[in-house]
Design a protein around this ligand. Structure first.
Ligand code: FAD
Length: 433
């Protein structure tokens, strides 16, 4: 008897839905399975979508997709106890179509994307928590749910960061993610009138502002950053915290997000806003979090499940890689269907596509950054150093003026960082970028 489907895709996030759309467009009989009772319900991002990878399957997608605002400004900065220092970047090109980035709320975008898969001809089923891959020796031949096998020559694993389908299998022999390469994302959504958003963040209707902060305000050793993005009539606010840095510190992540919100710089942005939603999700990011392989007999792994989230403290980009890797897996599956061969040798084309589309390079070449970005001094000493320095330079007290080099030395001392350490960290950061 033949297989139930040509391809089974597990997970209707950005990776799975993009794959299912392309597969259906290419004429494959594809099943997209999602555990959430409603499509999009389980999905969470900050989130800024750099969406140009979607052009390949959905031309002019931003006219139809329920995106929030197109981003016209990014702010990056440091927070210390009572101070903040930031840099704004604005780019005229970002104001023009095709826009480069949009703020999104995943419950809306992901439901819409899965609907596009269905419209293209995929069978999309929610409320199906796939139990496991159906292994025949080292080959995957579909999935198991409710004790029943659904078979297909190719299965695309796109079940997100804490990929239960791959953990403890030949794809990811460890049963758990490594805490050092795992981050916890916390997010809250606040309702605020669009006219207040536009006035407060100095953007026009439809335009958005995004900001990311290195947070030197947490208990010693807790490493993380914060974000705040403008949506149509809400603000998305949250933290990304290194999981290993939370061990044995006795801190509650709810306290961390409270600390972030209470910082005067952030509190002023939230004035009058009402909390309407909150959530948390793991992020498995960087080259160190990659699985043992990206493909094998009858399977490929895409998106967060494969660790394809790029984060360097300045940006977090996972949705774009989810779409790109989902599409690469779909193209490979279409070629496998044509040749009637879903062996590991045939599906090796996936790795070649990952390399050709820059995915492998982006992660392998920035592997050093994954280590350097968790240097504890970036989350304590340096925010203090830069904000102390600017405080001293910017505040007129009537006292005799001091040269900047002296102020810098004093700020360094106050932050407890030696010149040698500062230079070494600077060189290491430079080399990793
Ligand atoms: C707080 C936070 C902020 C972020 N900010 C950004 C940002 O600004 N920009 C950006 O590009 N990226 C951001 N990211 C990363 C981004 O969210 C991910 O990279 C992206 O969601 C990956 O998409 P995915 O399809 O691979 O996985 P997911 O979106 O996690 O989708 C996986 C899907 O699989 C389903 N699933 C899981 N297990 C099963 C199962 N057994 N059976 C059936 N279905 C299953 C899940 O319900 C889910 O729908 C952020 C992440 C977090 C947590």
């Amino acid at each position: 008897m033949g297989d139930d489907f040509d391809v089974i895709v597990v997970g209707a996030g950005m990776a799975g839905s993009a794959a299912a759309i392309r597969l259906a467009q290419g004429g494959a009989n594809v099943l997209l399975l999602e555990r959430g009772s409603e499509l999009g319900a389980k999905n969470l991002s900050g989130g800024i979508l750099w969406g140009h990878d979607l052009d390949a399957i959905l031309p002019n997608w931003w006219h139809e997709m329920p995106v929030e605002r197109h981003i016209v400004r990014k702010r990056f900065g440091f927070l210390s106890a009572e101070r903040s220092l930031s840099v704004d970047f604005e780019d005229g090109d970002w104001r023009k179509e095709p826009y480069v980035a949009h703020s999104v709320l995943r419950a809306r975008t992901d439901a819409w994307l899965a609907q596009q898969a269905e419209a293209a001809g995929a069978t999309v089923v929610s409320s199906v928590p796939v139990e496991r891959l159906h292994w025949e020796g080292r080959k995957v031949h579909g999935v198991v749910q409710g004790g029943e096998v659904m078979s297909a020559p190719v299965t695309i694993v796109a079940d997100g960061a804490n990929s239960r389908l791959s953990l403890g299998t030949p794809i990811r022999p460890n049963a758990h993610l490594a805490p050092e390469a795992t981050e916890l994302g916390l997010k809250e959504v606040y309702r605020l009138d669009p006219s207040v958003i536009e006035e407060r963040f100095q953007v026009g209707p439809g335009e958005g502002h995004a900001e990311e902060w290195v947070t030197g305000i947490f208990p010693e050793g807790v490493l993380g950053g914060g974000f705040l993005y403008t949506n149509r009539d809400t603000l998305s606010l949250g933290l990304i915290v290194n999981v290993a840095s939370l061990y044995d510190r006795g801190v509650y992540t709810t306290d961390l997000i409270e600390q972030f919100k209470l910082h005067p710089t952030i509190a002023s942005r939230l004035k009058g806003a009402e909390l309407v939603e909150y959530g948390a999700k793991l992020i498995s990011s960087g080259w160190a979090s990659r699985p043992a392989a990206f493909h094998g007999d009858g399977w490929m792994i895409a998106g967060d499940a494969a660790g394809f989230v790029f984060s360097n403290g300045l940006v977090i980009q996972g949705m774009n890689y989810a779409v790109r890797t989902g599409l690469a897996a779909a193209e490979t599956a279409l070629a496998a269907k044509t040749s009637g061969d879903a062996s590991a040798a045939r599906l090796a084309e996936y790795d070649r596509r990952l390399a050709a589309t820059g995915v492998i390079g982006d992660f392998r070449d920035f592997a050093k950054m994954d280590e350097v970005k968790w240097n504890p001094r970036f989350y304590a000493a340096y925010p203090k150093f830069v904000t102390e320095l600017f405080h001293a330079m910017m505040t007129e007290t009537g006292a005799p003026k001091k040269p900047v080099r002296r102020l810098a030395a004093e700020a360094r001392k106050a932050a407890g960082v030696s010149m040698t350490r500062l230079i070494r960290d600077g060189i290491e950061l430079y080399r990793s970028t």
